[in-house]
Design a protein around this ligand. Structure first.
Ligand SMILES: [Zn+2]
Length: 449
């Protein structure tokens, strides 16, 4: 009796892919977690009460999933939004126009009475070098239309204001780094070097950018800005780190990460609540599989991705000398999974192809090589040779809402998120349990700015 019963039990034991894909696709775990994070915690900009609450919430979620969790200290900048308004002043043939604007994170305030000046348009960082910006407000015009334009547009937003300040500009406006905005401006980080003079910097809605661009083509335009935002002293926050120990090579790590902080304008349902939901659901599903993975799976919810990347730097400083077999970072919203992207050396496709097989049911069959890794993996990739794997998701509408007040739960399609969640969790397991490892690329050179 015993042998046939055992055989029946073994035959009935679900495979790892059945546990992961079955669980992710039928239980709605990622959606339930991003919903709870959005409703219970809400916005969670670094250093805010929301961020502190998010750290406690995330640790509780890992505990409930049955995985060991700890917090690791991260010192973060604290930036607080205040009053913000501005208008294009009336001119001949044109009424005054109130701008749909929002301060960029890290912007200083205007003087109490605001700033009023003539606007000069520049079309990029290069054009700024020769434009007559002294004593004026610079408007950065760009034409981001699709997701792949984001790198160029966000570079203008992040680095343009400091360059304009060096050339004597009074303030900057930038068209939101967005594919759409419905007059809801998209914030983001502006970077001023320590000790360097900083000037007020705002993003404007795409509609207002189009109008401003048109009016600037007709003649002089003056704008008034009033901003009450400010930087406060740095605060202590945390990365949340959880682990499932490897059964055979526990020192080797496969990292699955997302970022816990969000901008302050919304609950950050897509950026990066969806990624948090994906990581937490992966922890919950992988913890069910017996025996556990060959290598250690480490789940990291990074703090301060949005305005400083201090969580990523702290992680690399603390763990950069540990062997990371592969790293994955889910930070591209809740769209359906399309393909697998590998930042790896030659041989990556041959290594990954058999691992991908269970994802065929989701239509994920293609592998392509790229230099891409999530922002939070940058410091690690610059510390050690790091193979990074991403599930490329559908981001065709991601930048319509990203960093804006509209990044709310209604933008998430639960079916797409469940599919993405299944793909991320499966790739994490497959990389952790594979006999071999993905060949890593060379160490990444330091960033240029
Ligand atoms: Zn993000």
């Amino acid at each position: 009796m015993f042998v046939p019963l055992l055989a029946t039990l073994l035959a009935a034991a679900p495979s790892a892919s059945e546990v992961i894909l079955g669980g992710a696709l039928s239980e709605g775990g990622a959606m339930a977690r991003v919903t709870d994070l959005s409703d219970r915690v809400g916005a969670r900009l670094s250093g805010s009460a929301g961020a502190a609450e998010a750290v406690r919430w995330a640790a509780d979620q890992f505990r409930a999933a049955g995985v060991n969790v700890r917090t690791e200290p991260v010192k973060v900048p604290v930036w607080v939004r205040g009053e913000e308004r501005g208008e294009v002043l009336a001119a001949s043939g044109r009424r005054a126009w109130p701008l749909a604007l929002t301060a960029l994170g890290g912007s200083p305030p205007t003087p109490a009475g605001g700033i009023e000046a003539e606007v000069v348009e520049v079309t990029g960082l290069q054009a700024l070098e020769t434009a007559p910006v002294q004593g004026r407000i610079v408007y950065f015009h760009h034409e981001m239309a699709v997701a792949s334009d984001y790198d160029r547009a966000s570079a203008i937003r992040t680095f343009g204001p400091a360059k304009a300040a060096r050339r004597g500009a009074l303030a900057t406006l930038v068209r939101s780094a967005a594919t759409d905005s419905e007059r809801s401006p998209h914030t983001g980080w502006v970077r001023f070097q320590p000790g360097e003079s900083a000037i007020p910097a705002v993003a404007i809605a795409t509609e207002d950018a189009a109008a401003l661009h048109r009016w600037l083509g007709q003649g002089p335009v003056r704008v008034r800005l009033v901003l009450g935002c400010r930087l406060e002293p740095d605060a202590l926050s945390s990365n949340v780190v959880a682990e499932i120990k490897g059964r055979e090579r526990p020192a080797e790590i496969v990292l699955l990460g997302a970022h816990l902080d969000s901008w302050d304008l919304a609950v950050g349902a897509q950026d990066d609540g969806a990624g948090v939901g994906i990581v937490l659901d992966a922890a919950r599903l992988l913890a069910r599989i017996r025996p556990g993975p060959r290598r250690t799976v480490r789940f990291v919810l990074f703090m301060n991705e949005e305005n400083g990347g201090e969580g990523a730097k702290a992680y690399a400083a603390a763990h950069g000398n540990e062997p990371h077999a592969a790293a994955l970072e889910a930070d591209a919203g809740a769209g359906r999974p399309l393909s697998i992207e590998a930042r790896a050396a030659d041989g990556a496709e041959a290594f990954l192809a058999p691992l991908l097989r269970p994802l065929g049911v989701l239509g994920v069959i293609r592998i392509h090589r790229s230099e891409h890794h999530g922002a939070d993996l940058g410091p690690l990739a610059r510390t050690r040779r790091l193979a990074a794997v991403s599930v490329q998701q559908d981001v065709s509408h991601y930048f319509d809402f990203h960093h804006s007040a509209a990044d709310a739960l209604d933008k998430i399609d639960p079916t797409s998120l469940a599919q993405a969640s299944a793909a991320w969790a499966w790739m994490t397991w497959a990389l952790a349990d594979a006999p071999g490892t993905l060949p890593p690329p060379p160490i990444e050179p330091p960033p240029q700015d």
